[in-house]
Write a protein of this length. Structure first.
Length: 218
């Protein structure tokens, strides 16, 4: 009986020692993380419209109307004396019994085929009764004087120049690489210089301008 109790006590001690060894081994092992691994976020792609080639920037700026300078020729057909009137849009000059007022001036863009230099002028003349009457109001063109003519018995008026700058390319210019079909002819564009007879131009902002040197009469 005593021997059986001794053997039981020995087996219990051995089991306790084995359990302690297992627990010590579990404590020394590295802990295992149960958290889920991070998921990489997908980078959003830019829309197809943004990945296409951007249109070319406009080179230069168009001169505002108030900063343009025009030279208007004035001829007195009675005595053959002519003079050059240099003015900005909104100004008026008097020469004896005639007043020439410049409302606007414009030249066609460099990418247009037809080249025109136009000016919207108004001509007032004083009669023998000392009353002023408007004898002309409309656009005149240097290259095509027959488009509009000042019909007056004494004075002849015509544009000689319009000092202004324009962008090198138009705002609607598209590169060929952007996928635009090259087939077919581009529609003809209307000239930038207005050809209306008596339509008043848009109001010009008051801005300073450099005076252009007058040219010799033609």
């Amino acid at each position: 009986m005593t021997r059986a109790v001794t053997l039981a006590i020995g087996f219990a001690a051995l089991a306790a020692i084995a359990g302690g060894a297992v627990a010590l081994q579990n404590e020394s092992a590295a802990p295992v993380s149960t958290a889920e691994p991070p998921v990489a976020k997908a980078t959003p792609r830019a829309p197809a419209s943004q990945t296409a080639e951007a249109p070319p920037p406009i080179q230069g700026k168009e001169t505002p109307m108030g900063e343009r300078v025009a030279v208007i020729g004035l001829l007195n057909k009675r005595n053959g004396i002519s003079r050059d009137l240099t003015m900005k849009p909104g100004q008026a000059l008097r020469a004896g019994d005639v007043i020439v007022r410049l409302r606007a001036c414009e030249t066609t863009a460099p990418w247009e085929v037809q080249k025109l230099t136009g000016a919207f002028v108004q001509v007032d003349r004083q009669g023998i009764d000392k009353k002023w009457r408007r004898v002309f109001s409309g656009w005149l063109y240097k290259e095509s004087p027959s488009l509009n003519v000042v019909e007056d018995q004494i004075y002849d008026v015509w544009p000689k120049s319009c000092t202004m700058t324009r962008p090198e390319i138009g705002p609607a210019t598209i590169r060929a690489a952007s996928g635009v079909s090259s087939g077919g002819d581009a529609p003809a564009r209307r000239s930038s210089a207005r050809k209306s007879g008596n339509d008043a131009p848009a109001a010009a902002p008051p801005a300073p301008a450099a005076t252009a040197a007058p040219s010799n009469p033609t």
